[in-house]
Design a protein around this ligand. Sequence first.
Ligand code: SF4
Length: 328
Amino acid sequence: MSMDMPLLIVENLKTHFYTYDGIVQALDGVTFELYKGETFGLIGETGCGKTATALSIMRLLPENGTIAEGRVLFKGENLLEKDEEEMRKIRGKEISMIFQEPSAYLNPVFTVREQIIDVIMAHQNLEREEAEEKAIEALKLVALPDPERILGSYPHELSGGMQQRVMIAMALSTNPDLLIADEPTSYLDVTVQAQILEHLKNVKRKRNLSLLLITHNMGIVAEMCDRVGVMYAGNIVEIGNVRQIIKKPCHPYTMGLLAALPRPETRRKKLYSIKGSIPDLINPPSGCRFHPRCPYAMEICRRRKPQTVEVEPGRYVACHAVERGVVT
Ligand code: SF4
């Protein structure tokens, strides 16, 4: 893996949603980097801002969403300064995204052939025949058996797992540099989930793709990712190498998140389970947004948002207690 220049830099991203109840401060300064060939995970509970991060990068926020601050540098260029036309070219061609539900992405009235060829021809100057060859190649890449038959099928004629693989094939058919996968397997049963993840891994290796994988499942992070960012209420509270983080989480929220995982070694310190519920992001808690639920919360946590500090090489944590050595 080349670790020189990040492919993607997300810097201090602040995304808001306007609702009847008020402004939802969904992202509160999200910062991370993703390198070429790397799989970077974003993990956290529902509503923590993982999907908002992906949609902000792709500039696909719903109408009530707006990026208030920050930069998204892809190959050194700020995507937030691109016009819609330029973004359309980048989306699909250089950055592809796959979603939780293939049904939200695949059109029920067209065959797989029509849809996948459409995607390919929209981004590459190819004859129909060549596009069809590319389509078959893409289906083979995700190990779909009998690609000819699949091409002639309508989405509803395929199982959920197959639809998901078709969507991945479509996303990869234009040979993107970056694939963003938002909970790509959460609706599938465990066996199919494992297969899909295996395919993603293989494809990633073959194509030297960079993958941004969004999930609430630490098992998937452990299986798939090189590094991970742990998100809570619109902030990344801890970033680091997956193995390091699983072995020894630093941030109190990460500790709680990991407590849910079966841990074979009893030598590890006992982790607590997180009490309470995720905060209202229209009126988020002051200071550290985790303070109402944090067993280590101190006076300063209510007053000041913790800065992100590098606690060991490549390991970043945003927590007053960690910074002061109260939590180690
Ligand atoms: Fe807990 Fe304070 Fe650290 Fe936030 S900053 S996680 S409240 S100790």
